[in-house]
Design a protein around this ligand. Structure first.
Ligand code: FAD
Length: 490
């Protein structure tokens, strides 16, 4: 008889784990607490605007392509991709705005024009980043991270110095470039997606390669189309999906999970994939069945949380690109206020996404659909007054940059911050992207995929291997499924 498996959480990792398990013939049900699947990648519609609530940068397209190919499908059967050009824009001090080209030759010229010799050094930096990216994709990212021995192969060891695991990202970037504008451009992916550049291994320059050379893409019909496509794949494989289905307890007998409690109903299962935020998933278990205690979590370095505004604007903003990073204040100060001295930033950096520039369907005619995000430290005070204070700060700088009044044209506004991350996802301390990418939280040092005490329970998602972001979350689902498949086979 086919084994019954429960997947808790309907985000990228849960959908991915469910499909890989169903492909092997297991009977799989996803339980999602919210009224739609998607997790941090959900959407809502108000006043004719369709706002996406999380990811907006589609990087590493081959990870998504490989995912669909694993199920004998093509990504293009579900959605097309548009390469953005420019990839994105950055606003520097004194309101200087630059557009970051999408092609390598133009990037070399761009670097050279800002700093003499930087064009050549950019090529060198990218050759090295390409090596790291390819080595990681080939030998690191698809590993379950159970122990250091997975990585102890001669070819990986030989390359370990080239991977720069033990040197810091900040210094590494500054060995190549000195102009503040270039160092800020290179620091941005690690800062926004997970940790202070000085605490990040230089290995993560692979993200510069992914972001600058592999391109920034937009899926036809938006980011939620990825989730809908994954849902279609899952349903074709027979996966059942229950929404408004919060799991409140995981029952354990004789060192095995036996059942879960969903909306007060007890349902028996042969195995479980816990694909919600790791810390919360553990809390559903009896204390003696958890992998980690509260001290462990308290000593982790978390990735940032975010203050987000969804804005419907009743006019077009022609001089606003799809992605704009406001780096017009000190990056070091803001990074310090996220990671070293957690508090609301005095002079926040922020990011403005204007997807209606590329996709007209998500806003009424003649309107723009804007998403503004300020990365902030997790676990700081979150009140309406604070949100509003920061709204005023960023609107002033935003209006100055686009050189027009925006505030009077806002016809829809919603804010989203720490308290919402906690109530929507049971997010630990309101984090947005899981754990920071520090050396001590990389690969086999991340929270483990397997429950060490319960053989028929695994974890998936951005808090375990390989880490935060849509592509890693997809991969995490595959790794978790592989672990259960090998458990059943042995
Ligand atoms: C604002 C923001 C911007 C981002 N931008 C990008 C980007 O541009 N590019 C990129 O690649 N990545 C981005 N990310 C990161 C990316 O969205 C995440 O890494 C990814 O979506 C995580 O997927 P997951 O499956 O691990 O977790 P989640 O998406 O959080 O899914 C977990 C699910 O579990 C459910 N759940 C929790 N507890 C229970 C329970 N008890 N019972 C039932 N269900 C439960 C939750 O409701 C949730 O739906 C962004 C994230 C955020 C928040």
């Amino acid at each position: 008889m086919s084994k019954n498996i429960a997947v808790i959480g309907g985000g990228f990792s849960g959908l991915s784990a469910a499909s890989y398990l169903a492909k092997q013939g297991y009977s799989v049900t996803i339980f999602e607490k919210n009224n739609t699947i998607g997790g941090r990648n959900r959407k809502f519609t108000e006043k004719g605007f369709t706002f996406e609530m999380g990811p907006s940068w589609y990087w590493m397209p081959e990870v998504f392509d490989n995912y669909f190919e694993d199920f004998s499908k093509k990504r293009s059967d579900y959605y097309d991709l548009k390469k953005l050009s420019p990839s994105f824009s950055i606003v520097y001090k004194n309101n200087e705005k630059v557009e970051i080209p999408s092609e390598k030759e133009d990037l070399i010229v761009f670097f050279e024009n800002i700093e003499k010799g930087a064009g050549y050094r950019f090529e060198q930096f990218m050759d090295d980043a390409k090596f790291k990216y390819e080595t990681s994709m080939d030998k690191l990212i698809y590993k379950p991270g159970k122990s250091i021995f997975e990585y102890v192969r001669m070819d990986v060891l030989r390359g370990v110095f080239k991977l720069n695991l033990f040197s810091n990202f900040k210094k590494f970037v500054r060995n190549h470039f000195t102009d503040d504008r270039l160092t800020a451009l290179m620091d941005f992916p690690v800062l926004f997606l997970g940790s202070a550049p000085e605490n990040t291994p230089a290995l993560y320059s692979l993200m510069n390669y992914a972001g600058l050379l592999l391109g920034t893409w937009y899926p036809e019909n938006g980011m939620y189309r990825i989730i809908e496509s994954m849902e279609e794949v899952a349903i074709d494989l027979g996966v059942k999906i229950e929404t408004n289905a919060e799991v409140s307890k995981i029952n354990v007998e004789n060192k095995k999970v036996t059942s879960i409690i969903v909306n007060n109903e007890k349902i028996n299962f042969d195995a479980i994939v816990a694909a919600g935020d790791y810390n919360h998933m553990e809390k559903l278990l009896p204390e003696n069945s958890r992998n980690y205690d509260s001290k462990y979590w308290e000593t982790r370095t978390l990735a940032p949380s975010s203050l987000i505004f969804f804005l419907g604007i009743n006019k077009l903003i022609p001089n606003l690109d799809h992605h704009t990073l406001f780096f017009d204040e000190s990056l070091d100060d803001h990074s310090n206020e996220i990671y070293n001295d957690p508090k609301w930033p005095k002079k926040p950096l922020f990011y403005v996404c204007n997807p209606s520039k590329t996709d007209k369907k998500i806003a009424p005619e003649g309107c723009e659909n804007i998403f503004v995000l300020i990365p902030i430290a997790p676990d700081i005070e979150d009140t309406e007054e604070i949100r509003e204070k920061y709204f005023k700060i960023i609107m002033e700088r935003f209006e100055k940059q686009v050189n027009q009044n925006i505030s009077e044209h806002i016809i829809y506004k919603r804010s989203y911050c720490i308290n919402d991350f906690i109530s929507d996802y049971h997010s630990y301390k309101g984090n947005a992207y899981g754990l920071a990418n520090t050396l001590m939280q990389t690969a086999f040092l991340k929270p483990k995929l397997n429950n060490k005490k319960l053989k028929n329970m695994v974890y998936a998602g951005q808090l375990t291997v390989p880490g935060p972001g849509m592509p890693p979350a997809l991969i995490s689902g595959k790794l978790a499924a592989d672990e259960l498949i090998s458990f059943f086979k042995n």
